[in-house]
Design a protein around this ligand. Structure first.
Ligand code: CAA
Length: 280
């Protein structure tokens, strides 16, 4: 594998592009928005500069990595990619539209991976030209730091595709965990209900946002508290995952807390909007 395409130049798409370019691959980041592409390049450059400042990377290597990163708003530029990773909005219809829209630029060997955080790989692959080439490749935020990649197989995923993606994840410096498709996979099925519960604790007036997070940091050894983590993930994404869990399992234990819904309705989405449970 030489060239990988990444669809979506948001936080996840940028992080994924950075680690893949760092592992020696040519990367084409595709987005319809020029501004997002420019932002993405700037973020990656800033991250690499930090590594140079910390003497974890030399300037020459940084320049080489940046040369391997290509941004484009022309879908045709993805034609040369052996793997295309979709990292767009967490919405089934949007993801299906993207996968469907790739039919004319892929061939029977192109692997399509989706960075969905909880949606069905089988359903996403149902609209692909070659469903057996579709797989889940779920990275964690911030991608350059977090070691895990969940590699998720749908009902039709070819075992050869699974092996290639497990190998690629390791090459990108990540530790893959193999997951049989199930709602929320492994991490989000456990993590997101915990964040939802923390929101309930806040809404019940049990403790302040600061103290809830302090309690979980000091009492459970979490690197950041659950409310700050919700803000990092994005409260819209957190809500979307709870809704998927509720719909798929039909179990009321996955009901999104009304305060989470209220925050999203207000546009308080966390870090990306400057306000969530905390101010940024
Ligand atoms: N990009 C690149 N590097 C970053 C970064 C970013 N956005 N944020 C932090 N870092 C680096 C820092 O440069 C620093 O590097 P060095 O050790 O080389 O100096 C290192 O990470 C630690 O950062 P800080 O000292 O600034 O801050 P910290 O100690 O609080 O660590 C953190 C930051 C690693 C993000 C930590 O807060 C943490 O682990 N948070 C939890 C993250 C988490 O749980 N993510 C998963 C979310 S769930 C998800 O993503 C899946 C989903 O589908 C919703």
């Amino acid at each position: 594998m030489k060239t990988v395409g990444v669809i979506g130049a948001g936080v996840m798409g940028s992080g994924i592009s950075q680690v893949l370019a760092q592992s020696g691959l040519e990367v084409v980041i595709y987005d319809i928005s020029e501004a997002s592409l420019e932002n993405s390049r700037k973020t990656i450059e800033k991250n690499l500069t930090k590594l140079v400042e910390k003497e974890k990377m030399d300037v020459e290597n940084k320049e080489k990595i940046l040369k391997r990163l290509h941004t484009s708003n022309e879908k045709q530029d993805l034609k040369k990619c052996q793997l295309i990773i979709e990292a767009a909005t967490e919405n089934m219809e949007i993801k299906k539209k993207i996968i469907q829209g790739l039919a004319d630029i892929i061939n029977e060997n192109t692997i399509l991976a989706t960075n969905t955080s909880s949606l069905s790989i089988t359903e996403i692959s149902s609209v692909a030209k070659y469903p057996s080439n579709v797989i889940g490749m779920h990275f964690f935020n911030p991608v350059p730091v977090m070691k895990l990649v969940e590699v998720i197989t749908g009902i039709q995923t070819d075992p050869k595709v699974k092996e290639i993606i497990l190998e690629l994840s390791k090459k990108a410096g990540k530790t893959p965990v193999l997951v049989e498709e199930a709602p929320g996979f492994v991490v989000n099925r456990i993590l997101v209900p915990m964040i939802n519960e923390a929101i309930g604790v806040l809404a019940d007036g049990v403790a302040t946002a600061h103290d809830i997070d302090e309690a979980m940091k000091l009492g459970a050894n979490h690197p950041i508290g659950p409310l700050a983590l919700g803000d990092l993930i994005g409260l819209d994404v957190t809500l979307a995952i709870m809704e998927t869990l509720l719909e798929e399992f039909g179990d009321s234990k996955y009901r999104p807390h009304p305060l989470l819904k209220k925050m999203v309705r207000a546009g308080y989405l966390g870090r990306k909007t400057g306000r969530g449970f905390f101010q940024y």
